[in-house]
Every structure is written in C-alpha cells, then in structure tokens.
Design a protein around this ligand. Sequence first.
Ligand SMILES: *Cc1c(COP(=O)(O)O)cnc(C)c1O
Length: 398
Amino acid sequence: MNMKGYIEEAEAALLHTYNRFQLVWDKGDGVYLYDLDGKKYLDFAAGIAVFALGYNNKEYNDALKAQIDKILHTSNLYYNVPAVEAAKKLKAVSGMDRVFFTNSGTEANEGAIKAARKYAYLKDGTTDHEIIAMNNSFHGRTMGALAVTGTPKYREPFEPLIGNIRFADLNDFDSVLAQVNDKTCAIMLEPVQGEGGMTPATEDFLKKIRALCDEKDILLIFDEVQCGMGRTGYMYAWQRFGVKPDIMTSAKALGCGVPVGAFLMTEKVAEKSLVPGDHGTTYGGNPFVAAEVEKVLDLFEQEHIIEHVREIAPYLEQKLEELVEKYSCVVERRGVGLMQGLVLTCPVGEVTQKALEKGLVVISAGGNVLRMVPPLVISKEHVDEMVSILEEVFSVCV
Ligand SMILES: *Cc1c(COP(=O)(O)O)cnc(C)c1O
C-alpha cells in the first residue's frame, strides 16, 4: 500500500485527535528520517524531543534486543536488575535521591502531584492544599497533569479537574507571590517551557522561587520532561543555575524511543510522602524500558552528549539570530541549547508544512513559535542544511 492508502486507513481506524502531517514514516538513520516513498528528511523534531541519540543507534538497538531475549516484564512486585541499574544512574545524573519509573511524562507529573499532596497531608492532616502552576505551561493530558497545564482551552472541556490549582506567570515573581497562602503545598514549573513557546525561566525568577519555597516549606516541582536529558547543555535544565527542585519529572529523551518516564525526589520528600499502597504501576520501570534508560545514560556519557550540545548550541543560536536579522517574518529567537524556537509573524503551520515539503522536519509550539528540538547528535553541517531550507521557506513568506 502507498502512503495515501495508509493515511486513509489511519483516518478510518484511529481516533481523530491529531491533525497529522500527511506522510508515513518508514525508518530513521542518524538525524535523517525516510518516508514510505523513500524521501529523505533532516529531522529537527526528534519525535518531539525524544530521539536524543539519533535513529538506529547500534548500541541502543543491541541493548534492546538483548533484553527482549532475557525478559520484558516482571511487575513491580519483584526487583529487576535493569531497573536497579537505571535508577542508580538516574540518581547520579539528576542529584535526586529516589526514583519512581512511569510510562510517560504525564504519568510522571501525576506522581509528582500526588507526592506533593501527600507530603502536605502528613504535615498538617488537612487535604485542601493548593498548587501554583504557570500560565502557558504544559504538563500532559491526564486529569492531574491537565489541571496544572496553563492553557485554558486544553482544560475547559474536561472540568472539573483536580481542584485547588492557581496560575501565575513564568518569570514574574510577584504574580507567584500573589497566589501563595497557607494552603500552598507546591509550585510547579518547566525550567524551559516547551509546548507553551520555548520560554526559559530566568535565573533570578528560579532563585526567588526556591527561596520562597524554602521559607514556607513549599515543595518545588520541576517538569523536565522536555527540557531535561541534556537538551539545554545540562543533564537537567535546573543544573544550569543550580536551583534544585524537591521533586522532578523526566520522560521523552529518558527512553529515547521506549515509553518511559520518571518522577524523582529528594530524601526529605521521600521520607514524608508516598508509602506502599499510595502509588503504583504495572509496567513502570519494567526490564524492557529500564534496560534502555540504563543504556541511554551510558551512551550520554560515552558519546559526551552534554559537551557536544554545549559545542553545537552556540552555532545554532548564531544561525537562528541571523534568520531573525534577515527575515521580517522572524521576530525573535527563544530557547536554550538544542531547545530553540523562532517567533514568527507568518502562520507557523504553513512554515512547518513547507519545510517538510523541502525535506526538513520542524514542528510548532504555542504562540506561533517554530520549534526545533533536534537529536542531540546533530553537527554544524546539519545546522547549515536546516538553515538553508528555512531560508527558502522564509524568503517566500517575507
Ligand atoms: C511532552 C510533555 C509532557 C507529557 O509527556 P507525555 O509523555 O506525552 O505524557 C509533560 N510535560 C512536558 C514539559 C512535556 O513537554
């Protein structure tokens, strides 16, 4: 069957919750993707910030194959070796003390919210605690994560969600302060907002939030699902300013293709929050995904991914700044490391579509932002190739 045939069958069988690009992927290699017609594309989306190591990484694939032949699943009623190794390594790179593996980013955020609420519950025996989240944030699609997602149109049809959520503005400390009261149990934010428009939290804002949390024993939750795992030139984005959260979530590039996430916490929180019976998952951290988390963390070290991001990111930033200078439809560059956005005046949907036709995969984010979250292994030549395709696109949209 050709692409058109598969697309028609997909639209007849899958629930229509995405307006998908009209193509079917066949395979990937390095930083390139191929559709069913064999057309080659440079990938600056990485399956939405997932495939950090590039496609078809031999060591990654071999680890998966080896684990398949051993055992895929055991349940969390028992211990398994890959989960132990993965948790140890994740602790080491994150500086956190305790790990709970989940199956996705949204589920990691559910766990983070539950841990924060339980911590507050054990402290004062009451239940109506509040969480402050940020406008334009994105934390996922399940009911808890959706409740703290700062885009009203995503939330409204599904209300009532979990209650007692207040919203403030990222990088506006006073707006956060205005929402704090005796019931506040957590402040939750993305150190770099992804879906909302690639906006980094400032050092000053993060430091003030941390101090506020310390003063009032409020837990600070960082959602590192998109900005974590090396993307900003730090393993986790908070490490850039040394503002450490009490609870942190990770997913997307954590598995580089296998569905896995995690929420992590410091010992201080772990001692006084979730206990047996409070939380669980059948699949979470099973040998199949944990073997890949372990391998991903090994490969990050072996292939010096963080160092590579730090080397390549300034070049990417410079090239994107040049686009801002040159084209009037490109008004601003935003982002950190290999998590970059261009704010456009022309419709971003048309730009992503035209880029795709010219063999470049880029996606959008909120606020008419063109989003670039390439595999972390891209080279300067790939940046040049991306820029030359975008130039072709921008030169016609003026
Ligand atoms: C993608 C994303 C999520 C949701 O992750 P899923 O794996 O899709 O559930 C949560 N938070 C942030 C910041 C994300 O970018």
